[in-house]
Design a protein around this ligand. Structure first.
Ligand code: PHE
Length: 361
């Protein structure tokens, strides 16, 4: 009898050790220890044995059962360990890759354009200033030489906030800024000349069509110093426009205009051609208005507590969407704010690319 147990034992050990995956091992377990397994079968015979033999056989079978169960467990641990090592070897992950290349984000054309503007003006020695979106009448109009009741106030289609009972008087009346020129005032009142800043941000006017949205972005520039003149204004803006559109001989034209806060004032046009419904910037016999500018009005300088006999300067303002539309061929302003992911995939920019993609610098 012991002889047959020893044979069975060898057989089962071989079978367990030969199992080289988890399903083969499970098969071996059922064969040895299952309800109809080899060891279980022998146990069923115990009842017909005489007590002495049964005792010896029972003990031997229990021992065998424990031994085989332990061996199976050991084999299972080994196989699982090996399976994990195999997976780790095959499923290597390059953690430097984009997790979902098909879904990688894009930089919105407004952000891209702002980065380009900052980089151009930073090269010219400008720093970036900021001001709040919710402004008051003083900063948006009065200090900028729009006297109360001045018709130019009406051109701005201003969004006014409900009256604040704590604040009294017209100057404190809250509104959403209609232009970034408010930051001219805040900067001149807050720091000493020489001043050389740009400011970019949201502006608001109650208007909506192909070329107007109630919220849009502007960039403002302000230079204040002792000997600043119109030649500086022209040179600065021509350099800027040529750098931004990346056209060295871009035609630039200054056309007399009016803003309450600048005198003289000008609107600036760039040369373009319009053929077959297409628009090409840089050459041709047509002009495209691109920004407003002028020498800061002496009243504005005075309103900010500076002496206009000592300080002069220039200012300019432009729409950031318009700059982006012209450079990147985006036809409809309203699409900027629709948050359509297909639009962003098409017009957006690679987050890892350098700001000026036109030259591939
Ligand atoms: N603030 C003017 C506008 O919104 C633009 C401008 C800024 C003009 C600075 C001249 C100087 O239309």
């Amino acid at each position: 009898m012991n002889q047959s147990i020893a044979t069975l034992k060898n057989e089962l050990i071989q079978m367990v050790e030969a199992a080289n995956d988890l399903s083969a091992l499970e098969h071996a377990r059922v064969t040895a220890l299952g309800k109809k397994g080899r060891i279980t079968d022998l146990m069923k015979n115990l009842g017909s044995m005489d007590p002495e033999a049964r005792k010896a056989m029972g003990a031997a079978l229990n021992e065998l059962k424990d031994e085989i169960a332990t061996l199976i467990e050991k084999q299972e641990t080994g196989l699982k360990h090996q399976a994990l090592n195999d997976r780790l070897a095959h499923e290597t992950v390059d953690i430097t890759l984009s997790p979902r290349p098909e879904r990688s984000g894009h930089i919105h054309p407004i952000s891209q354009t702002m980065e380009e503007l900052v980089s151009i003006f930073a090269d010219m020695g400008f720093s970036v200033a900021e001001g709040p979106d919710i402004e008051d009448d003083f900063h948006n109009f009065t200090a900028l030489n729009f006297p109360p009741g001045h018709p130019a106030r009406e051109m701005h289609d201003t969004f006014y906030l409900p009256d604040d009972p704590d604040e009294t008087g017209e100057a404190a009346r809250k509104l959403l800024r209609t232009h970034t020129s408010t930051v001219q005032i805040r900067t001149m009142m807050g720091q000493k000349p020489p001043i050389r800043i740009i400011c970019m941000g949201r502006t608001y006017r109650s208007d909506y069509d192909m070329t107007h949205t109630p919220m849009f972005h502007q960039m403002e520039g302000l230079v204040i110093d002792k000997n600043t003149h119109m030649g500086h204004l022209k040179g600065c803006l021509m350099d800027f426009l040529r750098a931004y559109f990346q056209i060295d001989n871009l035609p630039v034209r200054f056309r007399p205009s009016f803003f309450p806060f600048t005198e003289p004032s000008a609107e600036v046009d760039i040369g373009c051609s319009r053929k077959d419904g297409g628009l090409k910037i840089g050459a041709g016999d047509s002009w495209l208005e691109i920004l407003g500018c002028g020498m800061v009005h002496p009243n504005v300088i005075k309103n900010c507590g500076l002496d206009p006999a000592e300080y002069q300067g220039f200012a300019f303002g432009m729409g950031i969407e318009r700059l982006a539309m012209l450079k990147y061929g985006i036809p409809d302003l309203r699409t900027f704010f629709e948050s359509d992911v297909r639009w962003l995939q098409y017009y957006g920019f690679d987050p890892l690319a350098r700001p000026n993609r036109a030259t591939g610098e």
